[in-house]
Design a protein around this ligand. Structure first.
Ligand code: MG
Length: 447
């Protein structure tokens, strides 16, 4: 349940209020005295968890500030532009409704890194929580308007041409999957002069489809695009840090291409290094090469991308799962910002979404997983390293084998007894057959 990246689980089956109270008290000890902003997505368990989080924070002398249901990037933005000592986000991101989790932000509105996460975990493991005396408990309060402030910051980014977007009066189909997106997406699209065709907007936490914004879950949105002859479809996950788009014909562009199209647009405006995790499409490298800039690859995990972006002063970064990160406003994946960037790219180029996609290299990805039960994941990875051509290996995260026309990556999960396999190639069939081949190899290794 508790790891260096927070606490997560199924509510009623392990993820208890006691656990979350303890975790929040430990977070409060880590932060020290001061206000801590607490935001949540729309999950039905969010309100119950919020009370446990508040108790935990107040019991160690922190002052929790309820910013209500809002997007993850909105919480990051609010923490960065306040005097808060940190933030807690109550969300299980793209996972189904029964899940929930707590994620911690530092005072800059950036997720804690592994080392900081370990310090919080140590406070729990070593029983170091010190509850304050009754006269020193924290004071809770509420704060509104954090979403409007976030939107205002996005629209004042100099790479977003608000006037030109407004002129186009884009027709936008929007799917917020009953998550926190309804607090921010209609408002920002409205400010951009779009005509919106919304579905699944009530923030009930009763997700109307599997909430991960991948093509198989977006068929309803594709239909809304076609029915209304929309210029674009926009889908977000429940906490609104991932954004996937649908083209004007109702075809999913693929979540990898939110980053690729944004990267191309941003690099036309300003040259600078690009950062992406090792599992992100190779199209990122092609676009960067064309622009004459360098790409840095990191381990999977948003914080790894963010830290590298800071280190190399990146122009643009992100993850292939629809997570765009720009240094302009705050350092975290931001779906409303991604939507604004894509609309700006459409407005300035006077092209359609499908035309923009044709301008970048096309690859296909396949993903699979295999349960390994009691087998040792590290030993399996070592055997794969031993059988591979060393000059083609990238060991940034698990084992990635870079061939001229395709790549394959095998890595272990930190939370489950499984190994994940990903492949990217020029056709879907080729990518799938690469995945299948490595599944067979791993099966042989595990007997
Ligand atoms: Mg998310």
């Amino acid at each position: 349940m508790i790891s260096v990246s927070g606490v997560r689980g199924i509510v009623g089956q392990g993820l208890t209020p006691e656990l979350m109270l303890k975790f929040s008290a430990a977070a409060g000890m880590f932060y020290g005295k001061g206000s801590v902003l607490v935001g949540r997505d729309s999950r039905v368990t969010g309100n119950m968890i919020k009370h446990a989080v508040f108790s935990g924070l107040m019991s160690v002398g922190c002052d929790p500030v309820d910013i209500g249901i809002c997007s993850t990037p909105t919480v990051e933005h609010a923490v960065k532009f306040s005097d808060a000592v940190g933030g807690i986000i109550i969300t299980a991101s793209h996972n189904p409704a029964e899940w929930n989790a707590l994620k911690l932000l530092n005072r800059d509105g950036i997720f804690l890194d592994e080392e900081e996460g370990r310090r919080v975990k140590d406070i729990i493991d070593k029983d170091l929580i010190e509850y304050v005396m009754w006269e020193n408990i924290g004071v809770s309060s509420e704060k509104t308007c954090v979403t409007s402030a976030h939107i205002k910051s996005i629209l004042s980014m100099d790479i977003i041409d608000v006037a030109k977007i407004k002129e186009r009066k884009f027709k936008v189909a929007l799917d917020c999957v009953n998550g926190a997106g309804s607090t921010v997406m209609p408002e920002i699209l409205g400010e951009l002069g779009c005509e919106i065709f919304p579905i699944n907007m009530e923030p009930t936490g009763d997700f109307s489809h599997n909430p991960e914004p991948v093509p198989g879950n977006l068929t309803e949105l594709c239909q809304v695009v076609r029915d209304n002859k929309a210029d674009i479809g926009v889908a977000v996950d429940p906490d609104v840090d991932r954004c996937a788009i649908i083209d004007e014909n109702g075809n999913p562009v693929g979540e990898e291409y939110t980053l690729v199209l944004s990267e191309k647009y941003v690099l036309e405006k300003r040259k600078g290094p690009v950062v992406a995790n090792v599992s992100t499409t190779r199209a990122v490298d092609d676009v960067a090469r064309e622009a004459g800039v360098e790409v840095f690859r990191t381990k999977v995990g948003e914080i790894n991308v963010v830290k590298k972006m800071i280190a190399v002063n990146a122009s643009v970064g992100g993850e292939g799962n629809g997570g765009l990160i720009l240094p302009d406003v705050h350092l975290g994946r931001d779906a409303p910002m991604a939507a604004a960037v894509i609309l700006s790219a459409l407005a300035e180029s006077d092209k359609t979404v499908s035309e923009l996609k044709k301008e970048v290299p096309l690859y296909y990805m396949a993903k699979n997983r295999i349960e390994i039960a009691n087998a040792n994941a590290d030993e399996i990875l070592k055997k794969i390293i031993d059988m591979s051509d060393k000059s083609k290996l990238d060991l940034t995260d698990g084992v990635k084998i870079n061939e001229e026309n395709y790549w394959i990556q095998v890595r272990k999960s930190n939370t489950e007894p499984i190994i994940r396999i990903m492949a990217e190639a020029a056709t879907q069939e080729k990518a799938q057959s690469l995945c299948d081949r490595y599944i067979e190899i791993i099966k042989k290794f595990t007997g």
